[in-house]
Design a binder for this molecule. Sequence first.
Ligand code: MOS
Length: 716
Amino acid sequence: MSSLVGSPISRVDGPAKVTGRATYAAEFHPDGLTYAAIVESSISAGSISHIDSTLAERAPGVLMVLTFLNAPKLPYGPYKQRPAVEPVSGEALRVLQDAEIKFSGQPIGVVVAQTQTQAEYAASLVRVRYVPAKSLTHFDSDRSVPTSEAAAKKGRGPEARQGGDADEAFHQAAVKIDAHYVQPREHHNAMEPHATVAEWKDGQLTIWDKTQWVDNVREEMVRIFGISADSVRVINPFVGGAFGSSLRTWPHVTLAVMASRQVGRPVRLELTRRQLYYSTGFRPHTEQRVALGAQHEGHLQAHIQEAIGQTSTYEEFAEATLDAPAVTYACENRRTSYRLVPMNTNTPCPMRGPGHATGLFAQEVAMDELAALLKLDPIQLRLRNFAERSPKKDLPWSSNALQDCYRIGAERFGWERRTPEPRSMRAGRQLVGLGMATAVNTAPRYPASASATLLADGTVVVRSATSDMGPGTYTAMTQVAADTLGLPLPRVRFELGDSTFPKAEEHGGSTTTASIGPAVREACVALLAKISNMLGLSALFAPDLQDKIKLAGFSQIEAHSDSKPGEEKNRYAMYSFGAIFAEVHVDPDFGTVRVTRISGAYDAGRIVNPKLARSQCIGGMIGGLGMALLEGAEWDTRLGRVANANLAEYLVPVCADIGELDVVFVPGEDKLLSPLGVKGLAELGLCGVAPAIANAVWHATGVRVRELPITPDKLI
Ligand code: MOS
């Protein structure tokens, strides 16, 4: 094994990012750039009876105001009619096509002006009258509907296999718990706001867009505007965090493209921080029932998990909430169900560990409750129910080192210090609690393509239309390429974020390294073969390489690869695992919780770059800390709006909230999943963190909080 893959090298794009040379979507300035602002609906359901943009049109600097009255009718292909079971299914909200209002904050107009300020001021001058309709703003589980068959097929509906008779087994079980868990609507709140710059020039459309998936933005625009794929280019070299919010295109992308075509100049549309809460997606409010039944010695007899999530009235957003419950533990009698409540809101979307983090919260707190009832150590209960094969479809694991995660994690954390009784540990007057939870996430590999090009200056440029929203794709792929080519890092450059590059699937779902990595390696192997044929391999390392290339009459030598997962993906269950441990100090009078330590032991296969991987995991821990203690939209049911749509009132952890974070990767590699031996890591980092903290809070206080976030009022 070469030294480059597996090295903790620093980000190759780090210097560009910290010196401001990295260009984000909103920072592209094509000649003649104009600025756009959105007019939003102030009601949550009904229709527009009257809209008057006269004043706005007369305001200084205004070039154009578009509403449903004068916006072009767009062809919106049939693709749009699929339910939103996949991020790729697109934007069913037909922007500015009619007078209908589906949620508060819905874009109902766009103003284009010479400056941003002029556009925003003019947007405030658009006069609107509405005919309100009955608004569905309550999360009312009585109104819930089953997920569609399309969602079920994608593994985002009720689990098809319902082993045994879970209800009867639960009824018969010696020890049982049956509880209700609630998680609020959560928002991604990436540092970089969503932004799109669109330019039409000679029939060619160029879009600079904050996205995790340039090819998807191109596909969406092809379908919405009815144009050919080769007339659209999407560019996005840098992403300032996204967490799943940029897997889909959102209405503002359509608005920017539409406005630019109408005004005949490039248009920039950047969402305000507040608009991010309405004009992109969010993690849906979800309520779950978990019923666990066990024998006295701890073997699970019954596992029932029922989830109800929210969606919009115009799209079905279903996520894999019940996947972790279906695979984590062995249990003969299991039943899961999943329903959705359509509401007058924008559509939810994947957010960091989508589904898995949600399902695991309820499951792992329930397991802790069961362990307490059984007077069994929480790790022992989990080990006793370890699944030797995946209970879902009864497949062998491609690899599963979860037992090592428990053992190694417990050792590092010092789990043996824990005395089982709640309120039994103290530090001064603070109550001390130790809690743990299992983390499980899918680890898929997707098809991917890449190119590798030897340039005349002796450097190799490797390209794929993937993205880097922060995990370090640039760095990891440079490592894989340099490693394969046998070249030092400075002679290799990896480029991404351009739809003219070889095709890639979403940069999400913890798939990038396992998917793009093999494509990069294959492209580099193919390039070596070509060089070997054309110049002789030693030429690559010769000091006069440049002359050799010229003499041979080439300007460059290029190779391409199309890589895809093998048959194994149907024969094995492919997952990443972790064991998460948290220590909290709780003030007994004020109910304030401080997370003093988190330890995570992870099985993510081979680690390409331990420094970046650790960074992913501590990011996940911090996100999980937010989920456990701070985050949540304050949903105003009268207005159908998020009352805290800003970073002052939507709380996320800051440095002062964060204690000691410890990350360890258990040794292993998974060649069945990917020839590089890697498994998915990123989203695993958030999984299991919130329940580990909730369980630690119970251990500290004896109070079982089943509704996130765990705020002080719930503890006193
Ligand atoms: Mo991740 S929620 O697939 O960006």
